[in-house]
Design a protein around this ligand. Structure first.
Ligand code: SF4
Ligand code: SF4
Length: 189
């Protein structure tokens, strides 16, 4: 199948039906392969714990920089959840947000409200999790270099761990045993 430039820039699962279906499938895989997804699950929870530390820094930083921001980044951002984001949420058995934040790459995020994002930090797309604007970066670099180094280290480590989590998830669900199990279930339908 050939995709146009615009389609490549648009979020996957942008209709309610496709979003629900994608999540139904991942949820089913997590349930059926639970006994073999232990390592992927432990990576997902270690990312959660790492982020918890990073979020402490970010909450403090946002209180200083965001309340009077003249041009809030969320109003012009077009983030969306990718497969890795969904795997992270499902492996941690977290509630799934009701839909993609945007349906096209030009839309405004549906989770923004006058007082900020309505999603808890853990439930946001990864790009929203690690993004720091120029003002925030300068604030940390100029005033709290130790925190800047620590937060950079945490997010880079969590980024690598998330990739390992997704790789491990895919390895398990595409293994011949998992595929056979799915085939058997379909045959039995
Ligand atoms: S992160 Fe930066 S751009 Fe976004 S609202 Fe805060 S200060 Fe403004
Ligand atoms: S999901 Fe939340 S943090 Fe991300 S762009 Fe939307 S409102 Fe902003």
């Amino acid at each position: 199948m050939r995709y146009s430039h615009i389609e490549r820039l648009s979020p996957p699962w942008r209709t309610t039906a496709s979003w629900d279906e994608a999540n139904r499938i991942i949820r089913a895989l997590v349930e059926r392969q639970a006994s073999r997804l232990g390592y992927a699950g432990s990576l997902a929870s270690s990312v959660y714990l790492g982020l918890e530390i990073g979020f402490g820094f970010l909450d403090e930083l946002c209180l200083e920089t965001c309340p009077h921001c003249p041009d809030p980044c969320c109003l012009s951002a077009s983030p969306w959840f990718d497969y890795r984001d969904l795997v992270f949420l499902h492996l941690n058995h977290m509630d799934i947000p009701p839909r993609q934040p945007v349906s096209t790459w030009k839309a405004t995020c549906c989770y923004i409200r006058p007082r900020g994002c309505t999603l808890d930090r853990f439930f946001r797309p990864w790009i929203c999790t690690w993004y720091m604007c120029a003002v925030q970066t300068a604030n940390l670099r100029n005033r709290r270099i130790g925190q800047w180094k620590e937060i950079s280290r945490i997010f880079s480590e969590m980024k690598a761990r998330r990739k390992e989590m997704e790789d491990e998830f895919i390895r398990v669900i595409t293994s011949s045993r998992a595929v056979k199990m799915l085939d058997n279930e379909q045959d039995g339908e």
